[in-house]
Ligand binder design. Structure first.
Ligand code: BMA
Length: 316
């Protein structure tokens, strides 16, 4: 008798998952999840975590660690809170940050969901140190979320990947700007597949795009709604390096999804929702930080090279 064939494992969870939970916080909070990630110049991993308190609204709080796994030093108060007086679009909180270091600005750009009376929209803030922030305000009006800036300009323009909701569904788009304020040149990048597919109902960018020699690698969340609710799993697609709206390859199957108890049980069951990654010193190891069940933060590691190989064998 031969052993049953297994699906390939592209991401391995670390043994200490979940790596951050509400009980780690220096002030009372309900849940911590959906964190943006970056590596600071001294090698420290910084996570900008979405934190929900008992008002039900979210703010962002920074956690720093030397090895990106443990020993987190967490800001003693919210790092970036909503500012509804100046930004009414943030009346109901700020959520799901994605961080991109932009060398030509010399600063980190944080794209986050601003939640207000009009619904969720996309806002941008710039920072050098994750202590003070310059807010650019709402750059994509509701309904829109799941956004991240590209680290470099394309044909002289900044590029933002985001996920507007229209009557036709929830698909990933890219838009361009000369100054991070005025946006145009909108093009659709990736469509929800419809029908019975695992990514039939909604797709959205997960962490920021990853630039590889073969193109821009996108890890995206695909949502399938069934009688029990919604399942949030992770898929992968590759886009042209010079024209990121141009889809080259799209994986047929999901590559990561809820399996462990901390992913299948929580405030929203069956959710794995990465908003950030860091890349190891070898230039290939991908440390993927994801919100689990909208309750805690977990880490899984993969290899960019293995993901690209898999994509060659599993794309339609
Ligand atoms: C999405 C976002 C995420 C959340 C996910 C699952 O629409 O709002 O913040 O993690 O739903 O609830």
């Amino acid at each position: 008798m031969t052993a049953a064939t297994q699906y390939e494992t592209l991401f391995r969870r670390v043994g200490s998952n979940p790596i951050l939970s509400a009980s780690d916080w220096p002030y009372p909070v309900h849940t911590v999840f959906n964190a943006g990630a970056t590596t600071l110049p001294d090698g420290t991993t910084l996570l900008l975590c979405r934190v929900e308190d008992r008002t039900g609204l979210s703010h962002l709080c920074a956690a720093r660690s030397k090895d990106g796994i443990g020993g987190w030093i967490i800001d003693r108060q919210p790092t970036l809170s909503s500012d509804p007086e100046n930004h009414p679009e943030e009346l109901w909180g700020v959520e799901d940050p994605r961080i991109t270091f932009v060398p030509d600005l010399g600063r980190y750009a944080i794209a986050y969901t601003a939640f207000g009376k009009g619904g969720p929209g996309v806002s941008l803030a710039l920072t050098e140190d994750f202590i003070t922030f310059e807010r650019c305000g709402l750059v994509m009006q509701p309904d829109d979320k799941d956004a991240a800036l590209l680290p470099r300009r394309i044909d002289g323009m900044y590029a933002l990947v985001h996920r507007p909701i229209a009557d036709s569904g929830a698909h990933v788009w890219i838009s361009y700007s000369p100054d991070l304020r005025s946006w145009g040149g909108h093009r659709m990048m990736l469509q929800a597949r419809r029908g019975g597919w695992w990514d039939a109902n909604k797709v959205g960018l997960s962490p920021p795009l990853i630039e590889t020699e073969r193109g821009w690698l996108m890890l995206y969340h695909g949502v399938r709604s069934n009688a029990a609710g919604s399942l949030y799993r992770l898929g992968v697609a590759l886009f042209d390096r010079n024209d990121p709206a141009e889809l080259l390859l799209r994986g047929d199957e999901w590559i990561f999804g809820p399996e462990e108890p901390y992913e299948t049980k929580g405030d929203v069951a069956n959710v794995t929702f990465p908003c950030g990654y860091t890349i190891g010193p070898d230039g290939d190891t991908l440390n993927l930080y994801y919100g689990a069940a909208d309750t805690c933060i977990a880490l899984a590691t993969g290899s960019i090279r293995e993901i690209l190989d898999w994509l060659d064998r599993h794309s339609s």
